[in-house]
Design a protein around this ligand. Structure first.
Ligand code: SF4
Length: 97
């Protein structure tokens, strides 16, 4: 491989890497919108942003994902959506200690 070919290869490789990185960021941003209480599945599971059940909330449910300090986090039951840490739904199950 000549020096010019190598430079061209590195240039396009770096460009591709940036494109893939930016692409995944935009997909991630698109995929992580807040779950609406009007969502069909949310309604079926009686999801609400503020728990009606003392001591039971998304933050201490075994289905919650993400960082404990985040107000909106992923949930295994609602792929691509974020639930409120203070929310609740009928599928709540206590997270093991
Ligand atoms: Fe919240 Fe229900 Fe998901 Fe548990 S399963 S984190 S209670 S939305």
């Amino acid at each position: 491989m000549s020096n010019i070919d190598r430079r061209r290869f590195l240039k396009y490789s770096a460009g591709g890497l940036v494109g893939v990185t930016l692409g995944s960021v935009s997909i991630r941003a698109f995929a992580e919108e807040h779950l609406s209480e009007d969502d069909v599945t949310a309604k079926a599971l009686k999801y609400v942003h503020k728990t009606p059940v003392e001591g039971s909330m998304c933050a201490n449910c075994m289905q919650i994902k993400g960082k404990p300090e985040d107000e909106w986090r992923g949930c295994n039951l609602f792929p691509g959506k974020l639930v409120n840490a203070n929310g609740w739904c009928a599928a709540w199950m206590k997270k093991p200690a």
